[in-house]
Design a binder for this molecule. Sequence first.
Ligand SMILES: Nc1nc2c(c(=O)[nH]1)N[C@H]1C(S)=C(S)[C@@H](COP(=O)(O)OP(=O)(O)OC[C@H]3O[C@@H](n4cnc5c(=O)[nH]c(N)nc54)[C@H](O)[C@@H]3O)O[C@H]1N2
Ligand SMILES: Nc1nc2c(c(=O)[nH]1)N[C@H]1C(S)=C(S)[C@@H](COP(=O)(O)OP(=O)(O)OC[C@H]3O[C@@H](n4cnc5c(=O)[nH]c(N)nc54)[C@H](O)[C@@H]3O)O[C@H]1N2
Ligand SMILES: [Mo]
Length: 772
Amino acid sequence: MSRAPQEDPRQDAPEVSAPKTSAVGIPAVLNSMRVVGRQAGAGRGLLTLVDVNQKKGFDCPGCAWPEPEKRHSAEFCENGAKAVAEEATRRAVTREFFAEHGVADLAGRSGYWLGQQGRITEPVYLAPGATHYAPVSWEQAFDIVAEDLNGLDSPDEALFYTSGRTSNEAAFLYQLFARKLGTNNLPDCSNMCHESSGSALGETLGVGKGSVSLKDLYQADLIIVAGQNPGTNHPRMLMALEKAKQEGARIITVNPLPEAGMQRFRNPQTARGVLGSGTMLTDLFLQVRLGGDLALFSALNRLMLQMEEQRPGSVLDRDFIEEHCHGFEEYRGALLETEEEAFWARVHESTGLERAEIDEALAMVLAAKKVVVCWAMGLTQHKHSVPTIREIVNFLLMRGNVGRPGAGVCPVRGHSNVQGDRTMGIFERPDATFLDALSAEFGFEPPREHGHDVVRAIEAMGTGSAKVFFAMGGNFVSASPDTHATEEAMRRCALTVHVSTKLNRSHAITGARALILPALGRTDHDLTGGAEQFVTVEDSMGMVHASRGSVKPLSDGMRSEVAIVSGLARRVLGADDDIPWEEFAGDYDLIRDRIERVVPGFDDFNARVRNPSGFALPHAPRDERRFPTATGKANFTANGLAAPEIPAGRLLLQTLRSHDQYNTTIYGLDDRYRGIHNGRRVVLVNPQDAAELGLVDGSYTDLVSEWTDGVERRAPHFKVVHYPTARGCAAAYYPETNVLVPLGSTADISNTPTSKSVVVRFVADSGDYQPV
Ligand SMILES: Nc1nc2c(c(=O)[nH]1)N[C@H]1C(S)=C(S)[C@@H](COP(=O)(O)OP(=O)(O)OC[C@H]3O[C@@H](n4cnc5c(=O)[nH]c(N)nc54)[C@H](O)[C@@H]3O)O[C@H]1N2
Ligand SMILES: Nc1nc2c(c(=O)[nH]1)N[C@H]1C(S)=C(S)[C@@H](COP(=O)(O)OP(=O)(O)OC[C@H]3O[C@@H](n4cnc5c(=O)[nH]c(N)nc54)[C@H](O)[C@@H]3O)O[C@H]1N2
Ligand SMILES: [Mo]
């Protein structure tokens, strides 16, 4: 067994070198081998990697990027390897560990240290007033949860959070349990992630998911990648982009940061990538200001409308607009309304781009018959995210770029099954059709009132109107905005329960009582009910396939998420409850039979998912150019020209991921591509802004965010790094900076925290800080 690190490294010694201009290649392969060897030991680790994303293996617990039909023998990336190594580790958190480390001790550790301790091996309980977690049996644990849930005045005093790794089967049972209990309080990580995409796409196209497949990317003439860092967060996407380029596509990258992965890609699976200089991915880099994308796409759209006016029939796909779209004339009127000079002044101010750059982008758009737009958190976590994504839909609709090969919307999802969880009904605002189907299948009346999303859940705990917090995975305390407010809210709960694989900060910030329930992960061999079980997941492009773990679980004390939900539901709902929870846990096929009858698109689920490549869920806009919106057509929408305001002497801060983390799981203290090593408390600032603000390269500063409620939110001791980010914009890592994101600062409509636009000022370094 490898030893866990004893020291908690302080994350305050960052060293800085020049950012890289290419990604992947041999260093990435070496790095993944190192990580895997360290965590899992060479044999177990390599055996595990052989199975990643293979047709008979397990779905990588890293990102949600789809697998190509023709799989490479190593269909994983450096960061997928790290995700696998984290989970397949031999390090174990035992009862001796909990006896040695009390909750106060755990609360003083960094998330990095907590994660490095290894897999949780048996259920543990923190009794009222106790200082340490102590082992309990699964039956005792279920009794404790049942006691609190059944003692509530209303089921709406309970919250059931989900992170996006939960399988379809477990997610389906989990939402069924919550609704049978009587609540729609099903907040999930999506609320902080792609909720803005779902809101915008649902309203405009009728389906809140992406409309492209991998094949469409390969066939596109132009791919726009906006607000996304695939080199780190979706490395296998670089292979798809490389292939698209080889087929003749051009790429526009829109980002305040020049991310290495979007510059040059060195594919480790080809000789050219290993020995040669790799592939230049980006043809045009638009270094937009944070939150400037709405103005950018509005500018492109206005130019297209004006050209069409001058030369009718030259730009727009008139037939498509007439036959399939609604609201075009109103949209056109609204976008052309602003007077020319004022419009362009606003665009320049919001984007920081020159007119010539926008003209160059436009020329590339007009030269392309088939366009795909890809995006991730850079577009979804702003106040005006929903209008921004709606404007991208306008952009695509104008030239008929939805619902035909080589074109469409591509919101690139994060967690490996976050999209599937939503399909299974993990949603605080389920639609009536879904609830009706659930009701017909299981013979009960599910609650119809909307439940709490993440931000409202925190507010409800804060005011005491929610008392039990139950999490199916994730790290709610560290992933949520406004860390201090969130921690205070969690501490007010009567009971907090986490179904987890590894320790994290949410286990240390507890309600009056707390439980940690250890779950099998994606890599673990699942023998629930005495037979080998598999689960299913849905990727970012709506493909559903099976996932089978192959690693022998570290301990018999862990249970599958399906077994945990089934056992808990039986205990809470009682022996009389007529849902056959035990049968579901004994044979996951029986769960899939029920999913088939409740969720559209899963016909013949058990048979089709045994096809090694899985199957595609139907998507009306993509498959038949049918738009199931309120108007029955694809909707054009007028979105205005809003952009974040940056007061004088302040910068706009985005909180993002380093190369060595998976959300709140920190793999290491380097961010290789950006040239940051051995530390995470850095703030990247444009040198000209730094000069104006007196921020010396290498000096230390505190960050203080500004919000209308007047509360001081401070993140101490960040090293200033002069970096080529867009003017007026700064960047620092999540979750260290979540303390700065005000709970009340959320996107219009989607209510997603504005993690990519926080107004900050810089004040004298106060030195010490709490580990995050
Ligand atoms: N290895 C690894 N893989 C992951 C994750 C991980 O943490 N580690 N997380 C997973 C999850 S849950 C998700 S949601 C995804 C996240 O994937 P990303 O969205 O790529 O993650 P972020 O690090 O938040 O990066 C945001 C990117 O958008 C840019 N950006 C920020 N604001 C703006 C803006 O206003 N406009 C534009 N045009 N660009 C902007 C940033 O500079 C950065 O390049 O990755 C998933 N995959
Ligand atoms: N400031 C800021 N905040 C953000 C973001 C940002 O960009 N900036 N991004 C947001 C986004 S996009 C997201 S998706 C959220 C992520 O929010 P979460 O999904 O809540 O957070 P993670 O860090 O992914 O959760 C990691 C924990 O999940 C548990 N885990 C891992 N695998 C499994 C499993 O298979 N089963 C179970 N039961 N548990 C498991 C482990 O205990 C691990 O510690 O954070 C959001 N928060
Ligand atoms: Mo995410």
